[in-house]
Write a protein that binds this ligand. Structure first.
Ligand code: SAH
Ligand code: DHB
Ligand code: MG
Length: 222
C-alpha cells in the first residue's frame, strides 16, 4: 500500500464518479498561480463535503479556513436557493484569491468571506446573531481546534454537523507522546468531543491524493 496506489485510486474515483469540473480546475489553477499552498481538500473530499451539505439539508454553513475557496465552493454549490456560507480566513492574500474564485463561481451572493484570525472574528458572528449554522467545517490552524470547537458549539443548534479536517496526519494522532502542538491539540479536541454529552463523534481515516489523513465528525444533540 503506497501513496502511488492511493493516488491512482483517487484519480479513478474522480474520473468514474465526479465528472469533469472546469470551474474547480480554474479555481485550483488560480490558487496555484497566486502561490497558495496546495492543501485544499481533494476533489473526492470536496464531493463528500457537498454530500454532507445535501444530506443534512444545510442552509447555513460556517467554514473556518478558506484558503483559495475550493472547499467553500464545493459546499456553497450544494446549498439550496437562499442558502449561505460564511467563511473565515486570516491571510489577506488567501482571502483575495478566494474572493476572486467565489466571483468566478458565481457564488459571491451566497458566500461571505470575513478576513481576520478566526478567534477574533467568531465573537462578532455570534453577537450579530449570524448563527445557528447547520454545518460547520473547521480547516484552519490546528492548534486552535479546541477553541474552534467552543465557538462551533455556541454557533450551532441541535442537529448541527461539525467536521474537522486533518485529524489523522499520517497516523500521528495515535501517538500519545507526540510533542507536535497540532497533534496535541487534535488529541485535546478528541477528548473534548468525547467528554461533551451533547456530541456524538467519530473520526474517519482517509487515503488518497492528499496522503493519509482523516476527518472528525460530530453531531450536536439536544
Ligand atoms: N478549507 C480550504 C483549505 C484551508 S487551508 C480548502 O479545503 O479549500 C487552511 C487555511 O486556514 C489557510 O488559508 C490559512 O491561512 C487559514 N488560517 C490559518 N490560521 C487561521 C486563523 N487563525 N483564522 C482563520 N484562518 C486561518
Ligand atoms: C495542511 C493543512 C491542511 O488543512 C490540509 O488539509 C493539509 C495540510 C498543512 O498545513 O500542511
Ligand atoms: Mg485541511
Amino acid at each position: 500500500m503506497s501513496q502511488d496506489l492511493w493516488t491512482r485510486v483517487d484519480t479513478y474515483v474522480s474520473g468514474a464518479l465526479l465528472g469533469a469540473d472546469s470551474l474547480l480546475d480554474e479555481v485550483l489553477a488560480a490558487s496555484e498561480a497566486a502561490g497558495l499552498p496546495a492543501i485544499a481538500v481533494s476533489p473526492t473530499q470536496g464531493r463528500m463535503l457537498a454530500l454532507f451539505v445535501q444530506m443534512t439539508g444545510a442552509r447555513r454553513i460556517l467554514e473556518i479556513g478558506t484558503l483559495g475557496g475550493y472547499s467553500g465552493i464545493c459546499m456553497a454549490r450544494a446549498l439550496p436557493a437562499g442558502g449561505r456560507l460564511v467563511t473565515l480566513e486570516a491571510d489577506a492574500a488567501h482571502a483575495k484569491v478566494a474572493r476572486a474564485n467565489f466571483a468566478k463561481a458565481g457564488l459571491s451572493g451566497r458566500v461571505e468571506l470575513r478576513e481576520g484570525a478566526a478567534l477574533d472574528t467568531l465573537p462578532a458572528l455570534l453577537a450579530e446573531g449570524a448563527g445557528p449554522f447547520d454545518l460547520i467545517f473547521v480547516d484552519a490552524d490546528k492548534p486552535n481546534n479546541p477553541g474552534y470547537l467552543d465557538w462551533a458549539l455556541k454557533l450551532s443548534r441541535p442537529g448541527t454537523l461539525l467536521i474537522f479536517d486533518n485529524v489523522v496526519r499520517d497516523g500521528a494522532v495515535a501517538d500519545a507522546a507526540s510533542t507536535d502542538p497540532r497533534i496535541k491539540a487534535t488529541r485535546r479536541l478528541f477528548d473534548l468531543l468525547a467528554a461533551n454529552p451533547r456530541l456524538t463523534a467519530t473520526a474517519v481515516q482517509t487515503v488518497g491524493c492528499k496522503g493519509y489523513d482523516g476527518f472528525a465528525l460530530a453531531r450536536v444533540g439536544e
